[in-house]
Design a protein around this ligand. Structure first.
Ligand code: PLP
Length: 434
């Protein structure tokens, strides 16, 4: 009998909760490629969900992590200080500003837990405002903030109290002009303040500067700027979840730089250490200095090896990778826009940098998640890994490593276009057969 594949073995070992976008068993990664257990090579346009921004096993990051491993693998930030922890803090704050401080933890959800705790701790206010279609994690508190799918809450209800949900602008869906859409969302926020919780009771407003899981939705600058003004007016802290948007993904080191709006608090994770588990909360010094010792913490946060990798990531980003991401992102988006022009099934191509989404609809203009599934499956057969997003799963998200070349983008585009064509032909055949 042939040896079972990793996928087949996993059926026996793991619960269905450990969902995977593919059945690939991967044995090696290098740059924009991974290889499966049968030796087949794939162009990875998922990047482990926006994590390996510098590419798989980037040699400089590997070297820096190895050097750190030779010196110290764990110190425990509650026990001692070590240099990679301090160096990474200096790098990130050097970019964000020295009126901020940073605290490291392990995952995006953990960083967002810290956002909630810090905001409540310093404001003494109970309320949090999150946004519909947002994703902030799956721990109990962050599952409360998350509002992109009811499945994240099913049977877990009775979550964090005093969380309210505002509307995130998505003019493509509502059919309004950008200005009208911003006005609609701001009016709904005012209604929350009027009907449900007074603004003086709200500790923080948390949002993704570009919604990720919700569908790669880029809000108008005016919206984020208005939210900043509303926060300032009422003493509400503005928190940006930059877990998916951070570290060069949107063509800037952090997405907030695209909108000329600076948050009071920011959560970081995913690409921060190019695959080593690490996350952080960055917040205004005046807030951080009020966070009492011991009221938050964790054993592994800010692991020395992860921090050493993080320093290497930052050096690469500052050394030209972010500019490259912005440039190849525009190149790729242009190609997708030209394709979209020829097909009514494409509702929109959108995104910043190399965080690009393409949204699909059916003949009746309704979200077409089935088409997305067929395209993704066909692309995978051809050696291209793609993920979907959007509350109706009808958006394909392109999140290649930022080191991706023009040539690799051309290849990915050709594979994607072919898969799209084949999926359309299949759908046509099905409609005729019905
Ligand atoms: C915007 C955003 N916030 C938070 C999270 C949760 O991060 P983690 O899976 O590391 O807990 C994610 C993960 O996809 C995310 O995209």
């Amino acid at each position: 009998m042939p040896e079972k594949s990793m996928y087949e073995k996993s059926l026996d070992l793991f619960p269905p909760v450990a969902l995977r976008a593919t059945q690939l068993g991967v044995v090696k990664g290098e740059g924009a490629y991974v290889w499966d257990e049968e030796g087949k090579k794939y162009l990875d346009f998922a990047s482990g969900v926006a994590v390996v921004n510098c590419g798989h096993n980037h040699p400089y990051i590997v070297q820096k992590a190895k050097e750190q491993m030779d010196k110290l693998i764990h110190g425990g930030h509650n026990v001692v200080y070590y240099s990679s922890y301090i160096e990474l803090a200096e790098k990130i704050l050097g970019h964000v500003g020295h009126d901020y401080k940073i605290y490291f933890s392990n995952s995006g959800a953990e960083a967002n837990e810290a956002v909630i705790k810090l905001a409540k701790q310093v404001t003494h206010r109970p309320g949090i405002i999150s946004f519909k279609h947002s994703f902030h994690g799956r721990t109990l508190a962050t599952a409360t903030l998350t509002a992109s799918n009811a499945k994240y809450r099913r049977n877990y209800e009775g979550l964090l109290p005093s969380v309210y949900y505002a509307e995130y602008p998505y003019a493509t869906r509502t059919g309004l002009t950008e200005e009208q859409e911003v006005a609609r969302c701001l009016t709904q926020l005012e209604e929350i303040f009027h009907d449900l919780i007074e603004p003086e009771q709200v500790a923080c407003i948390i949002l993704e500067p570009v919604q990720g899981e919700g569908g790669y939705i880029v809000p108008p600058k005016a919206f984020l700027q208005s939210i900043r003004e509303i926060c300032d007016k009422h003493g509400i802290l503005l928190a940006f979840d930059e877990v998916q948007t951070g570290f060069g993904r949107t063509g800037k080191i952090f997405a907030y730089e695209n909108f000329d709006v600076k948050p009071d608090i920011m959560s970081l994770a995913k690409a921060i250490a190019n695959g080593f588990p690490l996350s952080a909360i960055v917040a205004k010094r005046a807030l951080m200095d009020q966070w009492p010792a011991g009221t938050h913490g964790g054993t592994f946060g800010g692991n020395p090896v992860a921090c050493a990798a993080g320093v290497a990531v930052f050096e690469l980003l500052e050394g030209g990778l972010v500019d490259h991401a912005a440039e190849v992102g525009d190149y790729f988006k242009q190609k997708l826009l030209e394709l979209a022009d020829k097909h009514d099934e494409v509702l929109e191509v959108r995104g910043l940098g190399l965080m690009i989404g393409i949204e699909f609809v059916d003949r009746n203009g309704k979200p077409d998640g089935d088409l997305v599934n067929v395209i993704r499956a066909k692309a995978l057969e051809k050696g291209l890994i793609l993920l979907s997003c959007g509350v109706d799963h009808n958006v394909i998200r392109f999140i290649p490593p930022l080191i991706v070349t023009h040539e690799q983008i051309d290849t990915a585009f050709a594979l994607f276009s072919k898969s799209f064509e084949e999926a359309l032909a299949e759908t046509d055949q099905k409609i005729q057969a019905d």
